[in-house]
Design a protein around this ligand. Sequence first.
Ligand code: TMP
Length: 208
Amino acid sequence: MSQTGKFIVIEGLEGAGKSSAIERVNAWFERHFPGQERVNTREPGGTPLAEEIREIWKRPREEPMANMTELLMVYACRAQLVETVIKPALARGSWVIGDRHNLSSLAYQGAGRGLSKEVEGLSEITLGSFKPYLTLYLDIDPKVGLERARGRGELDRIELESLDFFERARQNYLSHAAADARICTIDASQPMEKVQQDIEDALAEALL
Ligand code: TMP
């Protein structure tokens, strides 16, 4: 399937400010590419089936979820979203703005849960060479990010993890960003205005 649109992904730990960043990215596109079709997705989720899995997946429960179950469910969601929403949208020339994608699995299930080999294997099976055109990674110290996320109310199954888990995830994000020119790190600890400016600068550099 030929790909004519571009897939732009926003990544980051809890409390990094993804939601405001995504609003800003959408506003930027509206300004620079008015009338251009845009599809917003989130992972896990983004289709009715994947959203149902997300709900089961995120909810804390008495029965502990095995790490492999967590991993397979997230890739089931991703396969559904990529095949039925993202690839068709790109093929008809739409932009796709993603709230998380495969890098989250590398960071959370790979580094966080210690399943890097399994994540690599599933990435290959599920995505092959499919990759975002650009990823904006919002970098935040997990102590600061979790404090913000906790201020928002009840915690989901992942947010209940230890600080160590999130430290490992952060280091993984940073090492991928350092090795891949298509992943741009934004310092999310800066004042909101500066974060938003950095986001716009990164979009302009990659897309204008
Ligand atoms: P969020 O969309 O509100 O950020 O919540 C998604 C949660 O799921 C967040 O804690 C990160 C986690 N997650 C993974 O552990 N692996 C993944 O592959 C994805 C997409 C999300």
